[in-house]
Design a protein around this ligand. Structure first.
Ligand code: IPE
Ligand code: IPE
Ligand code: MG
Length: 260
């Protein structure tokens, strides 16, 4: 029971020779995996607990998935922690989440740094509590020269909001005479997104049964493969994460072209 509530905190970073990875086709490993960590509230409610208990347990699940991503040498893992729409929730839940982000970051910082994670926060960061912003910037700075998995955490993130910021930025430059509208191309847009420097998303995983994007990485997921599971996020295991990666390895991606 304790294990179920708190997750497998003793889970070590597996390396590529781990039995966990035995069925992975390394030639077809996605470069960038994005995860919509949904179902914390439902998980908690189903066990007669407060929704907030689901969020806390969700952090343990995330820790194990990050270790798994790191061990398999994934290039990038982007996770959806809080959307621009999540402010609609009761302020007690929002306050709890902001505290949880801060506490979890402070607690896990050193360990993530040890296994060379490069953390980066995406979204409208200036809309978050000032103290959290400072902690986020400090964590990014600490890990900026690391060479392991790029771990992007989307907080106060919305795909539409991100594109709106890019458009405002371009319009301002055009107005100042620094940018000619005809010169705007796709790669300039990519460079202006919060995910600048990352590969396009290859695989989107969403837990908890709903099959939608909920405003996550709209531009970046243009040709992503989608993978859904009924498992609620706090119960999502490294094994199931690997199952999604294995399934990705079997997909035929055409990008609008024809089969070879
Ligand atoms: C996802 O779990 C976490 C956040 C959105 C912060 P939810 O809180 O959405 O859980 P459900 O979907 O209500 O079960
Ligand atoms: C998406 O989940 C956002 C996060 C996981 C942070 P939501 O629970 O907010 O999405 P909807 O409301 O079901 O679309
Ligand atoms: Mg939800």
């Amino acid at each position: 029971m304790l294990k179920k509530i708190f997750g497998r905190d003793d889970f070590p970073v597996p390396d590529r020779s781990s039995p966990l990875f035995r069925n992975i086709n390394w030639e077809r490993l996605p470069k960038h995996v994005a995860v919509i960590m949904d179902g914390n509230g439902r998980w908690a409610t189903q066990q007669g607990m407060l929704r907030t208990a689901g969020h806390s347990t969700g952090v343990s699940a995330l820790k194990n998935i990050l270790k798994t991503a790191s061990g398999m040498k994934l290039n990038a893992l982007t996770v959806y922690a809080f959307s621009t729409e999540n402010w609609k929730r009761p302020h007690t839940e929002v306050d709890f989440l902001m505290k949880l982000f801060s506490e979890s970051l402070m607690r896990e910082l050193e360990e993530m740094h040890e296994y060379k994670v490069q953390i980066h926060f995406i979204g409208r960061i200036e809309g978050l509590p000032k103290s959290l912003q400072k902690e986020m910037r400090a964590a990014e700075k600490l890990m900026e020269n690391n060479t392991g998995v790029k771990f992007n955490v989307a907080v106060n993130y919305g795909g539409q909001d991100e594109l709106l910021r890019v458009m405002q930025n371009f319009a301002q430059k055009a107005k100042n005479g620094e940018l000619n509208p005809e010169d705007i191309n796709e790669s300039m847009i990519e460079d202006a997104l919060d995910t600048c420097g990352n590969y396009p998303v290859d695989l989107v995983i969403r837990t908890s049964g709903d099959q939608r994007l909920s405003n996550f990485l709209l531009w970046q997921s243009a040709y992503a493969e989608l993978w859904f599971t009924d498992t609620n996020w706090p119960d999502f295991t490294p094994e199931e994460f690997v199952e999604a990666i294995e399934d990705f390895g079997k997909r035929e991606r055409r990008f609008g072209g024809l089969n070879k």
